[in-house]
Design a protein around this ligand. Structure first.
Ligand code: MLT
Length: 308
């Protein structure tokens, strides 16, 4: 029997991919054959000598000591693309939050308490609602940094919204290039993308080359009306540089899926923080769990290494 050690709650539909007659799954095992996790930050010491493979029900592998695994010859399987649609949908919601007075409008309506008089309410709204006026996304330019599974889905959705799309990817694979709609204009470098875009969305993994990539120099190129979205990894953005760009009027808004400590207390609407929920849908959790589990089964039983 193969023993699969789980560190997080993994969607049942994924766990069902392990044939019960040949696999045992538990959150405690002395000598597991493989580890399956979602967001648990795995320490090297938690990988016992018996571990032959690690599966991550998610796209990023930054919560796994990949260097250590490589040295020990342990393959790490992630779930590329399995939650891309969920992230895309949240980014589109982020674009809407960045262009329309949705959040202040909702807060305003809440502040009306239990007002009962319909006529009085209409009169009040007529006077107040100009405060919540926004702009349309249609006709604006979206800059996508990172044109992999998520970036290319966002490109298609943004084109459907009537946006122009420009993109930059420092390591575009041939497959990803084929997936990209032909009307996406590829930029030579990230600075020219930052200079041209009204909205900029980041979809890169965290690597030595991307940590702190969005820094003061890059932000100095932005249109002052630009809105930056980070639904990728917190470490890609130099948050102090973002704060000072917002303070000095070099950037209009920052919307991120990371509840960054220094920014939580900031008021005034130029920052919107979400609690890392890009991949938090039933569908994405199912897809990721299925992909990671199938890869582990295929590796442990057949020795196959695949990434899909
Ligand atoms: C990912 O890497 O795909 C996300 O961080 C998934 C998650 O939220 O667990």
């Amino acid at each position: 029997m193969y023993k699969i050690l789980t560190f997080n709650q993994i969607a049942v539909v994924g766990l069902e991919r392990f044939p019960r007659d040949r696999f045992e799954i538990a959150s405690e095992f002395a000598s597991p054959d493989a580890i399956l996790l979602r967001s648990h930050k795995l320490a090297a010491e938690e990988i016992s000598p018996s571990v032959k493979a690690i599966g991550r029900a998610g796209a990023g592998t930054n919560n796994i000591p990949v260097g250590h695994c490589t040295e020990r010859g342990i393959p790490v399987f992630n779930s590329p693309g399995a939650n891309a649609n969920a992230v895309k949908e949240l980014v589109i919601a982020g674009l809407s939050l960045g262009s329309r007075g949705i959040l202040p409008g909702i807060e305003y309506v809440k502040s009306l308490g239990d007002m009962q008089d319909g006529a009085e309410l209409s009169k009040l709204l007529e006077k107040e609602k100009k405060r919540f006026k926004g702009n349309e996304l249609s006709g604006k330019t979206l800059g996508i940094v990172g044109l992999g599974a998520i970036g290319s889905m966002i490109a298609r959705a943004a084109l459907d919204l009537g946006m122009s799309v420009i993109g930059y990817d420092p390591a575009l694979s041939v497959d990803a290039a084929w997936r990209l709609p032909s009307s996406v204009q590829r930029m030579e470098n990230i600075s020219s993308l930052f200079a041209r875009a009204d909205y900029i969305t980041l979809h890169l993994p965290v690597l030595d080359s991307t940590r702190g990539l969005v820094n003061a120099d890059l932000l100095a190129n932005c249109k002052p009306s630009a809105c930056l979205l980070n639904f990728a990894r917190e470490e890609i953005v130099d948050v102090a540089a973002v704060e000072s760009a917002l303070d000095s009027g070099k950037l209009r808004q920052f919307i991120t899926d990371f509840p960054t400590p220094n920014l939580i207390a900031r008021t005034g609407g130029d920052v919107i923080l979400m609690p890392h929920i890009g991949a938090s849908t039933d569908e994405a959790e199912d897809n990721c769990a299925v992909m990671a589990s199938e890869q582990l089964v295929d590796f442990l039983e057949n020795g196959n290494i695949r990434n899909s």
